[in-house]
Design a binder for this molecule. Structure first.
Ligand code: NAP
Length: 247
């Protein structure tokens, strides 16, 4: 895959899908800015791993739900590299419970971290990328943003909102060639899904035509494709990476 840009910011990159995305993009030759919130050791170990395989990485700490910190983080990257070529809004949380037991704060916290923060990232990226006349953004949504899921009214709303928001950003960015796309992972083996009981995991696996949970690497390659020049004519699109669970 060919990348005309030079650097990328991946939010929530210390673990899981973000970590795999960071490693994959470094392998494709991009300088990777590893954003983390609470795991400095994991972020540093990822930087070391990337550098040992000949890549370039930098670590940047901020909480994506803190608007000022996110804006400042992007400014730091721009003043260091003179550009921001790519952004992956990956940071996300779950806080599952049945709707009748869900407090307003349980709902808004998930929306803040999964959706509002991605809005801040997309907005700041669009400002810089519009001046550059170059850039591509991928937002990590979810299969449940397409299908809904019992116990996840907050999470599914945030991920469905991310899809609609990405399409709107795609329309605003298109005049200057800035692309916005989403990847919707199905069930992927990370800390987020480790919390599920074995019986729930078996129940989900039985509904996946490819009969396994995905790996973070499965998502990372899809993200790389959507950022790269190989997808130059794709914007406002949603790429499902779910083992066929939802077609
Ligand atoms: P994960 O291992 O829990 O990773 C989530 C990452 O996001 C963590 O490194 C976490 O850092 C970071 N993060 C959370 N809140 C943050 C904040 N406010 N500021 C900065 N970083 C923050 O889960 P994952 O499975 O890799 O999830 C990555 C993305 O994929 C999420 O958006 C998730 O919704 C999406 N997704 C996952 C699956 C799946 O099956 N795993 C399926 C569909 C979509 P801390 O540990 O420091 O909080």
């Amino acid at each position: 895959m060919k990348f005309s840009g030079k650097n990328v910011l991946v939010t929530g990159a210390a673990s899981g899908i973000g970590r795999a995305v960071a490693k994959t993009l470094a392998n494709y030759g991009l300088k990777v800015w590893i954003n983390y919130r609470s795991r400095p050791q994991e972020a540093d170990s990822l930087k070391d791993e990337i550098e040992k395989s000949g890549g370039v990485a930098a670590v940047i700490k901020f909480d994506v739900s803190d608007e000022d910190a996110f804006v400042e983080g992007i400014k730091t990257i721009f003043s260091s590299d003179g550009e921001l070529s790519y952004l992956v809004n990956n940071a996300g949380i779950t806080n599952d419970k049945l709707a009748i037991r869900m407090k307003k704060e349980d709902f808004t916290k998930v929306i803040d971290i999964n959706l509002t923060s991605a809005f801040i990232g997309c907005r700041e990226a669009l400002k810089i990328m519009s001046k550059q006349r170059f850039g591509s953004v991928v937002n990590i949504s979810s299969i449940v943003g397409e299908t809904g899921n019992a116990g996840q009214v907050n999470y599914s709303a945030s991920k469905g909102g991310l899809i609609a928001m990405s399409k709107s950003f795609a329309q605003e960015g298109s005049a200057r060639g800035i692309r916005f796309n989403c990847v919707t992972p199905g069930f992927i083996a990370t800390e987020m899904t480790e919390k599920l009981s074995d019986s729930v995991k078996e129940q989900y696996t039985s509904k996946i035509p490819l009969k396994r949970f995905g790996n973070p690497k499965d998502i990372a390659e899809a993200v790389a494709f959507l950022l790269s020049d190989s997808s130059a004519y794709i914007t406002g699109e949603v790429l499902k990476v779910n083992g066929g669970m939802y077609m």
